[in-house]
Design a protein around this ligand. Structure first.
Ligand code: NDP
Ligand code: 8X3
Length: 251
């Protein structure tokens, strides 16, 4: 059975990926900070071998320990879905919170590096594996209030390309998935659990779903070994460059 490590499996894309990969016969290492959600997901997927690890990706020592101490059946990771991430706050840069900026960089940039650093050497040693990163359209195009979040996702895009360069000569693949607006807990986190504001962002448009993204990740991961999908932008039909429905009220 192939093994996938999914970060941020307690919600949204990560949780949908866990369900889809389980359905397709994968073993799973699911991780996130909210243990009770990991336990519930493991229970739901009771036909699937699941190893649940409560983990904050910002804690490098904990990430290293979690990967070093994997039970033997889960130790050879075939697929890493570097999904844990967040956007915090939605304001112009000169009004932004330094603490929010630091949390975004620590999670979306350094957290993704921590997990990659712990997992990638094993993949190269086995000459087999796939790293799927969660970038965003926010990393490719600027938009109002996107400042640090978009920059953190631009990092993910370029890091993915540079991994591709470094991995030439190995059979390890890398992919950057770059979604537009998808309705998950992401909006609630971005608006600090102001549910009304979060919902407003999706007013008069049909956002992507977590399942849309899980299917996209699954498609990229299930191409034959000689095919690497380096990046996929996936947009809601009713979103376009620089557009958020909430801007109409903010400006
Ligand atoms: P959710 O908020 O639904 O899920 C985010 C996940 O990340 C949660 O499981 C959360 O788990 C985890 N996470 C956050 N911080 C940490 C941390 N420090 N350590 C470990 N896990 C953490 O959002 P989505 O599913 O929508 O987002 C997933 C990824 O996709 C993110 O990287 C996001 O930036 C990206 N993305 C989202 C888009 C969207 O519109 N929804 C579009 C484009 C990209 P827990 O809190 O339990 O730790
Ligand atoms: C999140 C997608 O469109 O909110 O990465 O920037 S968007």
């Amino acid at each position: 059975m192939p093994v996938a490590l999914i970060t941020g499996a307690t919600s949204g894309f990560g949780e949908a990926c866990a369900r889809l990969f389980a359905k397709n016969g994968w073993s799973l290492i699911i991780s996130g900070r909210r243990s009770e959600r990991l336990d519930a997901l493991a229970k739901e997927l009771d036909q699937t071998p699941v190893h649940a690890v409560t983990l904050d990706v910002r804690d490098k020592a904990a990430v290293d320990r979690a990967v070093a101490e994997l039970p033997p059946a889960f130790a050879a990771i075939d697929l890493l879905v570097n999904n844990a991430g967040l956007s915090l706050g939605f304001e112009r840069a000169h009004e932004g919170s330094a603490e929010d900026w630091e949390t975004m960089v620590d999670t979306n940039v350094k957290g993704l590096l921590n997990v990659t650093h712990a997992v990638l050497p094993g993949m190269v040693e086995r000459d087999h594996g796939h790293v799927v990163n969660l970038g965003s359209i926010a990393g490719n195009y600027p938009y109002l209030f996107g400042n640090v979040y978009g920059a953190s996702k631009a990092f993910v895009g370029r890091f993915t390309q540079n991994l591709k360069a470094d991995l030439l000569g190995t059979k390890v693949r890398v992919t950057n998935i770059e979604p537009g607006m998808a309705e998950t807990e992401f909006g609630k986190v971005r608006f600090k659990w102001d549910a009304e504001k979060a919902a407003k962002a999706y007013e008069n448009m049909t956002p992507l779903t977590a399942e849309d993204i899980a299917e996209t990740i699954y498609w990229a991961a299930s191409r034959p070994p000689h095919v690497t999908v380096t990046s996929i932008e996936i947009w809601p039909t009713q979103q376009s460059f620089g557009f958020f429905s909430i801007h109409r009220d903010e400006e």
